[in-house]
Design a protein around this ligand. Structure first.
Ligand SMILES: [Zn+2]
Length: 556
């Protein structure tokens, strides 16, 4: 059985996938008799540089030239077959610069180039692979040829590193016509693999083909070689499981578990996960690379991009976890990965290094939503009047300032409850019945206030005042409600015919926490806010930047 990579190597310009721009230019040059003496084919490995050079050599020497599409070789005549198979050929010489880099070879090349092509109407084509490996002396010899090129001699230099040629042999570049070959994307590779699979009468899962394309990393030849390996290994359809087994790939559910433990901050799940990998004989380096890739894919998706080449299960994982992992968190995960990378590579104990990475990921504190922070700090609280200055945050306050005695109707920009509240008298029963709805109302405006009110009940009402009792003893909750008292008063007033004051009561049924109630610490309110802000800033550099951008350090 002929290797698939070889069997399906293109024989015509039209078969060169992804590099259509180059194929069209070369075909046009052959058809129009405008072929240059020197070409530079630059691009990553496996994208068709050497293949394109061979097709050019075939087209220039095809015995049936002009019988088909202008500029295309027939691909079947004796000459075409010899070039295509790499058989000994007087007119087409392939050299690997990696093994022929000395000045002697260049001199030899020069002498050989002086001989004209073997026959009338034929071209002598030199294909130099890995051309960046040629020495300066070799390039100098070649430069002399290219300055006065013999008729019907064509040089094609293929390289993955054109910048090295620019360093060692800049003058030669001006003598060469350069083509940059594109990397072949996973979709194009999958399409081509699908075509080959059906042409071979085989069957393969889409997921299997995606995995192969991913491993091929932009190289069509590698993609076909991998398919070959997988096909030769076992019977029946090519499945994702078979591909994983042959390539020693780590299964997608391992990455699913990884995303889960990171998003749920579940460090204790790290050890079983790594143990599972080690037991399965997985390559931990590959696991780390895959982990970085999936985190990057989630980040890309969160920033509005479209990650390419993911298998279906991976796409599902992405959909599941993207909302749980905000972009700043993902950036920090990647930063930790980059930071630990040297250790991961050099560590004698790879297992410990991977565990350390995952533990840091699972234990990392999360980005706090700036809105929540501002609310927690009481900066969005109406009546404070502190953010009216030009230096205030760009986001409009959720609740407007009523300190000037403005009417309590909501501003037009606020999203109202679906049904406008019906105003009525202030009675304990009525307010208790309305309470769940008021809590809902609060939540649509401020998740923080909604959460705080979740642990409250209406304790009492009397002339113009409502006493709200906090059902837990959490001092932070008490403090938060205290700050939101004015907002709460507005909310409640929407359901009442007259204005109302809010009193807060602690969980123990102790004294009302009205404004002069003693605080648990001796800090002033301003001092407490500054302290909290400092802690939050220390925890999260991105918040730090946001706070600076909003000019909030005035508080400190
Ligand atoms: Zn031919």
């Amino acid at each position: 059985m002929i290797a698939l990579a070889r069997k399906y190597r293109p024989k015509k310009f039209a078969d060169l996938i992804v590099q259509e721009h180059i194929a069209a230019a070369l075909r046009g040059a052959v058809a129009g008799g405008r072929v240059a003496h020197g070409y530079l084919f630059a691009g990553p490995r496996g994208v068709g540089k050497t293949t394109a050079a061979r097709i050019l050599a075939m087209a220039l020497n095809c015995e049936r030239r002009g019988s088909g599409t202008a500029g295309e070789p027939c691909g079947e005549c004796d000459s075409c077959t010899r070039v295509w198979t790499g058989a000994v050929n007087l007119d087409v010489v392939e050299l690997d610069a990696a093994s022929n880099r000395g000045v002697d070879d260049a001199r030899d090349l020069r002498e050989r180039a002086m001989y004209a092509a073997s026959g009338e109407g034929r071209h002598k084509v030199y294909i130099v692979d890995e051309a960046h490996m040629l020495t300066r002396e070799a390039w100098n010899a070649l430069l002399k040829i290219l300055e006065e090129p013999p008729p019907r001699v064509v040089f094609v230099f293929a390289t993955t590193e054109p910048q090295k040629i620019a360093q060692t042999a800049a003058p030669i570049l001006s003598r060469l016509q350069r083509f940059d070959f594109r990397r072949i994307g996973p979709h194009a590779i999958v399409d081509r693999l699908r075509h080959v699979v059906s042409a071979e009468g085989l069957s393969a899962d889409d997921e299997a083909l995606h995995l192969i394309a991913k491993s091929a990393d932009g190289g069509m030849r590698d993609g076909l070689s991998i398919l070959d390996q997988v096909v030769s290994f076992g019977e029946g359809p090519v499945t994702a499981a078979r591909v994983r087994e042959v390539l020693g790939l780590i299964s997608d559910d391992v990455y699913g578990e990884l995303l889960r433990l990171v998003s749920e901050r579940d460090p204790k799940a790290v050890f079983p996960l790594v143990e599972r990998l080690v037991d399965a004989g997985a390559d931990l380096g590959e696991f780390v690379a895959g982990a970085g890739e999936i985190v990057r894919a989630v980040l890309l998706a969160n920033l509005g991009g479209k990650p390419e080449g993911l298998t279906e299960p991976m796409q599902e994982l992405l959909g599941k976890y993207r909302s749980l992992l905000p972009a700043p968190d993902l950036v920090r995960l990647l930063a930790v990965l980059t930071e630990l990378e040297p250790q991961l590579r050099s560590s004698g104990n790879a297992r410990l290094a991977v565990e350390l990475l995952l533990l840091r990921w699972a234990m990392m504190s999360r980005t706090v939503e700036i809105g929540q922070v501002l609310e927690a700090l009481g900066m969005r609280q109406p009546g404070s009047g502190m953010r009216d200055a030009g230096s205030g945050p760009a986001t409009p306050p959720v609740l407007r300032d009523t300190s000037s005695g403005a009417p309590a109707t909501p501003p037009a920009s606020r999203i109202p409850h679906p049904d406008p509240p019906e105003k009525g008298p202030l009675t304990l029963d009525r307010l208790r019945a309305l309470w769940p709805r008021i809590v809902d109302d609060a939540r649509t405006k401020s998740p923080m206030l909604g959460a705080l009110l979740q642990v409250t009940e209406v304790a009492a009402v009397d002339a113009g005042a409502v006493t709200i009792r906090l059902l837990d003893t959490n001092a932070v909750h008490a403090e938060g409600l205290e700050r939101q008292r004015e907002a709460l008063s507005q909310l409640v007033t929407r359901y009442l015919t007259g204005p109302v004051r809010i009193k807060l009561e602690g969980a123990e049924g102790g004294g009302s926490r009205e404004r002069s109630a003693p605080r648990p610490t001796r800090l002033t309110e301003e001092g407490a806010r500054a302290e909290r802000l400092k802690t939050l800033r220390a925890q999260d550099p991105s918040l730090n930047a946001a706070v600076d951008a909003l000019d909030l350090e005035l508080l400190e």
